[in-house]
Write a protein that binds this ligand. Structure first.
Ligand code: SAM
Length: 270
């Protein structure tokens, strides 16, 4: 995969891609990541990338011309051919479609991703119309620029590339894990496995820390006991922190009973 990031702060990315899985994926040649300074595509003495908004109002807007020239310099395919060629151009924006694990999976199946980072009040909308295939937001809050969002997206996508994780099942059996991690009756195919739920809690040695022991179910080594406990805890955590996810996944009768124990039934029947 090749990732190109267009930004007014190329130095920002010196750190985020130089650690852990991303560093290894780059070293192994699974992904190459290049940053491009938007100011290199300006034609005036002051290297101006922004201007005042038409219609008045607060702040400045990133101009279309430098971004257009920057994208042209990357020789991406015309919009109509990009899907077939597994290329995509992304505009980062608080107004975009929400980024998610399934969108990360979709992007991991492409071969070329160009990411445009906005700043100030945002980017001239003609950039979105003319050059971009998707407008993506990483959450319902406003960042001061697209750089952090770009780092988040690249991290989430690169770890899904085949070969990026030591154990390829890790990305199937984690929070928001792949659908096929679950059998037809909604139960995970492994003692691990989120199956669309949030991950269960994890513990490591020592077995007792500051007087708090690990859960008894994990101490005995009985696989069925462990599987049941993990499913229970994944259901509990999802119910407490992300009840919306329970509406989207297959729930077995056993799950329903567990959720009822945790007080879910009232909501369920609503
Ligand atoms: N005026 C914009 C609005 O109200 O939606 C906010 C602009 S923001 C200060 C500047 C840039 O940060 C945006 O152009 C975008 O590239 C980036 N940005 C801000 N929030 C974001 C988010 N939630 N997801 C992705 N990018 C974001």
């Amino acid at each position: 995969m090749r990732v190109d990031i267009i930004t007014i702060f190329p130095g920002f990315f010196a750190g985020p891609f130089d650690y852990g899985i991303l560093k290894r994926a780059r070293a192994a040649g699974l992904v190459s990541i290049a940053t491009h300074d938007l100011r290199s595509f300006t034609h005036d003495r002051h290297r101006t990338v922004d201007d005042r908004p038409f219609g008045g109002g607060e702040g400045m807007v990133l101009k279309a011309q430098p971004i257009y020239d920057a994208v042209q310099s990357l020789h991406v395919s015309p919009k109509a051919e990009r899907q077939r060629k597994k290329e995509t151009v992304i505009l980062l924006s608080a107004q975009g479609q929400p980024f998610s694990q399934s969108l990360a999976q979709e992007l991991a199946a492409t071969e070329r991703v160009v990411i445009l980072c906005g700043r100030y009040e945002g980017v001239d909308e003609r950039v979105n119309e003319m050059l971009c295939d998707r407008e993506i937001s990483i959450g319902d809050y406003v960042l001061s620029g697209g750089e952090l969002a770009a780092a988040v997206i690249v991290d989430a996508v690169v770890r899904l590339l085949p070969g990026a994780l030591g154990n390829p099942d890790s990305s199937r059996f984690e929070s928001f894990g792949a659908e096929d991690a679950v059998s037809a009756d909604g139960l995970p195919r492994s003692t691990h496995g989120a199956g669309g739920l949030l991950d269960y809690p994890h513990y490591t040695r020592p077995a007792e820390f500051m007087g708090i022991p690990i859960p008894e179910a994990l101490a005995g080594g009985n696989h069925e006991t462990i599987r049941r406990w993990r499913r229970r805890m994944a259901l509990k955590k999802t119910m407490e922190n992300r009840p919306d996810l329970l509406e989207k996944i297959k729930i077995s009768d056993e799950d329903r009973e567990i959720l009822a124990e945790f007080g879910w039934r009232e909501n369920w029947d609503r």
